[in-house]
Design a binder for this molecule. Structure first.
Ligand code: CP
Ligand code: NVA
Length: 307
């Protein structure tokens, strides 16, 4: 049966843990997987910019003996009016799997609905599942476990990475505390409620607070994301900077977390906005391991979906 990865909740918690373990095995012994995608092609449809996602997926396919095609909607019939349905029906006659970075997840869902092959959401308005699988792998590498840890997130909570973090942490039993100036009502209620019920099942919790210091207290992982996501209009910058600045991750905030806390960021970082240089480049930062792990986890996701 065709499987998509649009939200982390498309996976059972057990499958998510298996993918993280498989990623570890691939990282240790990539040669074992060198032909596993032989004769297979991944189509990568992009409506927004990317460094990590584009390059890591392409290299992932190369390392497994397959091929990846970069397809920018600016240079495609889809960008000038061909329907998503027709695009999906044609493309899935050629390729074995599609990943799409579209502005609206509703469009990625439409693509998946008409595609004969699996579709992966590679960042939309409300999800970034591949990022969070890499984040969980990184946490497991650094902390040796997942269950029972506390992750504190700062800044924009109405955000793709944050929504997928809520789901991912809940699925593996990590407590997530989100410090944000936004009211809970401003967030996507379906995702929040869904994640809360998953958390309950796995003995963890999701807390949303305006108190950054309280959120950082006893945290094992401190994380944030840009306040100016790719889809946010430039005119909003000034207002957002003012609103989110009290949630900047800097030395003062980091010092409230556990001594051995790690700092994570999906990148790209806007230095001196959501995080300072001293933190991104400091000894607790694991951001480049996290970026590397995008590749290993994507290899595992591709194997999980099409082998
Ligand atoms: N973290 C992430 O998805 O980065 P890119 O936007 O560079 O792909
Ligand atoms: N929230 C960010 C994530 C980038 C990987 C954005 O949407 O731009």
């Amino acid at each position: 049966m065709k499987r998509n990865l649009l939200n982390l909740t498309d996976l059972a918690a057990e499958e998510l843990l298996q993918i993280i373990d498989l990623s570890g095995d691939i990282k240790k012994n990539p040669i074992k997987y060198k032909d596993i995608m032989s004769q297979k092609t991944l189509l990568m449809i992009f409506e927004k910019p990317s460094l990590r996602t584009r390059v890591s997926f392409e290299v992932a396919m190369t390392k497994m003996g397959g091929h990846a095609i970069y397809y920018d909607t600016k240079n495609s019939p889809m960008g000038v009016g061909e329907t998503i349905a027709d695009t999906a029906k044609c493309a899935s006659r050629y390729v074995d799997i599609i990943m799409a970075r579209l502005f609206r997840q509703a469009d990625t869902i439409e693509l998946a609905r008409h595609s004969e092959v699996p579709v992966i959401d590679a960042l939309s308005d409300i999800a970034h599942p591949c990022q969070i699988i890499a984040d969980l792998m990184t946490i497991k590498e650094k902390k040796g476990r997942l269950k029972g840890l506390k992750l504190a997130y700062f800044g924009d909570a109405d955000n793709n990475v944050t929504y997928s973090l809520m789901q991912g942490c809940s699925m593996v039993g990590i407590d997530i505390c989100i410090a944000t100036p936004q009211d809970e009502e401003e967030l996507n209620q379906d995702i929040l409620k869904g994640a809360r019920s998953i958390a309950k099942e796995h003995g963890s919790k999701i807390t949303i607070t305006k108190d950054a210091i309280e959120a950082a207290k006893d945290a094992d992982i401190i994380t944030t994301d840009t306040w100016m996501s790719y889809h946010i209009p430039k005119e909003e910058k000034e207002g957002r900077v003012k609103r989110f600045m009290p949630y900047q991750v800097n030395n003062a905030l980091m010092s409230r977390a556990k001594k051995d806390a790690i700092f994570m960021h999906c990148l790209p970082a806007k230095r001196d906005y959501e995080v300072t240089d001293e933190i991104v480049d400091g000894p607790q930062s694991v951001v480049f391991d996290e970026a590397e792990n995008r590749m290993w986890t994507e290899m595992a996701v591709l194997i999980h979906l099409i082998v």
